[in-house]
Write a new protein. Sequence first.
Length: 170
Amino acid sequence: MGGALRLIALLVTVLTLVTAGTVFFALVEGWSWLDAYFFTVVTLSTVGYGNIVPVTVAGKIGTTVFIFIGLGIFAVVIQQFGMFAMQKREEHTEWLIARLGHRQSGSHGSQHGHAHGPAHTHSPTHAQEHAQEHAQEHAQEHLQAHEQAHGHGGDPEAANDTERPDLPHR
C-alpha cells in the first residue's frame, strides 16, 4: 500500500503545482482562469504551443521557476507511475507463478527444479521467465486439447469456420 500512498501524494503535489501556476499566471499576467490553466499545463507538460506567453517581468521569472520546479516534479511523477505499474506486474507474475505451481500439484514444478509457493521468491527476471515458460506450456496444452476436441489435429485449413460464428467466413 506504500506505493499507492506515494502515488496519491505525488498526484496531490502535481495538482497543487497546477493550481499554484494557474493562480500565479491569472493574477500576475491578468489572464483568464482558463488561459492561465492552459498555459500552466502546456508549460508543465513541455508541449509549449507558444500562443500564450508571459509579458511581465514577474511572469517571465515565474515561468522559469515554474519550469525548473514543475519539470522535476512532473518527471518524478511519471517515473513513480512507471515503477508502480512494474511493481503491480511483478506482484501479478509472482501470484500467477504461485497459482500455477499449486494447480499442477508439484509434479510439474519439480520438473523444473523449483519450489512453488508464497514462501519462495524469485528475482523479477527469473519470475518473468518462469511465468512465460508456464504460459507457453499452458497455451500448448490448450491448443492440443482444442485440436483434439475439434478433430482437426492442428491443421488450420481443416478447421471448420462454423466453430466461431463471431468470425467472418473465408
